[in-house]
Design a protein around this ligand. Structure first.
Ligand code: CTP
Length: 444
């Protein structure tokens, strides 16, 4: 599908009225201070890719301030955000001191809905060493765009006059949008920020693009050179970014294609040098995707990530480094012992005994064990989710009182016995339940 003429695609009128108004007001506020204002990143990319007959929705906008008549100092973005907030008092202002960026956040606004605007001053980033957190200083819009990940994300639309609506495309982003390719701006990009490996795959799969061959070569080179393997160098902030990329990918509808591509690039080694997607692990992930529907309260991405991590011997440390929740770290640390306990399932004589054992574990734990274990155990866990966990005894606590039993400690035992008898098929209706009770717990 070819792109429409750029002039047509880049009209701000393609955004809904309240967004156009907001961008116009922001541009005026910048111009009054002698600055230029640019719309950059994903919003410009999506404006060029979106169906021209549909209005373009915005939920996340990146704006960059650059000097024009006046040099823009590091605090320019923050100043602009403050002035916008006086006009939109319903927006929350957040300032991130270190990089001097500001964010304005609207939540369920009547006009702007939920909108997040980041406003930054044009800046350059330096990486003191590979995979470190970048250091920042104020600079020009060209330099600001050059520090970005891919050509299709390094486009800027000028919002201020003169030459408003002009597209800044220093690195061939439009050509790459036309030929549907993800291309980095420089050879060291993945060495400096290895999370970009995951971002490249995510954008390629999401947009239906391919990785430009040289870019794919840079990825393979970064992985071969062990960019993630110098574990002592891996700052916690990088692990946080890796986790959020993994989360982004694993919760997306396209997670399968993305994981396959990452595996093809050998990029799962970024999680752990020994991690490979073999046929068994791939099957486990697809099973987990299916099984998690038994309990929709479990975060889907986390279960898939735990299945990946469970494959590694050093799983507890990997989970800890990726800052997974404490219960997930504990589950992965104790997995071998949990699996040993659940291997007893087929040896239980009665259904109630199996349920008693299964009840000791959370749904997350059972899913993790189910996908990794034999068909017999998986079937028992599945039956627990789909049938046994839904079984109720024909009599509840209120009924016990009505039958003349006095509330007390024994109630729980009585209810447990009733449930066990129901599970084991010894009772199935109220009359049988009452007879069972009278026999086992005679009323004095
Ligand atoms: N960026 C980058 N390197 C990263 C993360 C982000 O260069 N590791 C840059 C990209 O230019 C990106 C911009 O920061 O366009 C904003 O990041 P993000 O919001 O994650 O990306 P979007 O392009 O807005 O993507 P999405 O549509 O998924 O929100």
């Amino acid at each position: 599908k070819d792109l429409f003429p750029l002039r047509y695609l880049l009209r701000l009128e393609r955004f809904a009225e309240p967004f156009q108004k907001l961008l116009t007001i922001a541009a005026q506020a910048a111009a009054e201070r002698g600055w230029h204002l640019y719309l950059v990143g994903g919003a410009v990319r999506d404006l060029l890719l979106a169906d021209p007959s549909e209005p373009v929705a915005l939920s996340d906008i990146d704006l960059v301030v650059d000097g024009f008549h006046q040099a823009a100092t590091v605090g320019a973005g923050v100043e602009l955000a403050r002035s916008l907030q006086t006009l939109y008092p319903q927006a929350r202002l957040e300032i991130h001191g270190k990089f001097q960026t500001a964010a304005l956040l609207w939540h369920n606004d009547t006009e702007l809905d939920s909108l997040w605007i980041d406003i930054a001053t044009a800046r350059t980033e330096f990486y003191p060493y590979p995979a470190a957190n970048p250091e920042v200083e104020a600079s020009s819009i060209r330099q600001d765009l050059y520090r970005r990940d891919f050509t299709v994300n390094a486009l800027a639309l000028r919002l201020t006059n003169p030459r408003s609506s002009e597209l800044l495309d220093f690195f061939g982003g439009v050509l790459d949008l036309r030929s549907r390719q993800i291309r980095v701006l420089h050879a060291n990009s993945f060495i400096e920020d290895p999370t970009r490996i995951y971002r490249a795959v995510r954008f390629a799969v999401r947009l239906g693009f391919v990785l430009e061959p040289q870019t794919e070569g840079y990825i393979r080179h970064a992985i071969d050179s062990g960019v993630y393997e110098q574990r002592d160098r891996i700052v916690p902030a990088l692990q946080t970014r890796l986790k959020s990329e993994l989360k982004y990918i694993l919760q997306a509808p396209y997670w399968r294609a993305a994981i396959r591509k990452l595996a093809d690039l050998d990029a799962l080694t970024c999680i752990h040098p020994m991690l490979k997607l073999d046929a068994a692990l791939w099957r486990q992930m697809r099973l987990a995707d299916w099984l998690q529907r038994c309990d929709m309260t479990i975060p889907h991405w986390q279960i898939l990530l735990e299945v990946l991590i469970a494959k590694i011997d050093d799983r507890a440390n990997v989970a800890q480094a990726l800052q997974l929740p404490a219960d997930a770290i504990k589950r992965l640390a104790n997995l071998a012992e949990i699996e040993r306990q659940l291997e007893q399932l087929p040896h239980c004589e009665k259904t109630s005994q199996m349920v008693q054992l299964l009840k000791l574990f959370s749904s997350e734990t059972l899913i993790l064990v189910a996908v990794r274990s034999s068909r017999t155990i998986r079937r028992l866990i599945w039956t627990y989710f789909s049938r046994w966990s839904l079984v109720k005894a024909p009599i509840d606590g209120t009924d016990l009182k009505a039958l003349g039993y006095k509330p007390g400690k024994q109630f729980k035992q009585m209810l447990d016995d009733l449930l066990a008898a129901t599970l084991d098929g010894e009772i199935s209706d109220r009359a049988q339940a009452e007879a069972f009770l009278h026999k086992r717990y005679p009323l004095t």
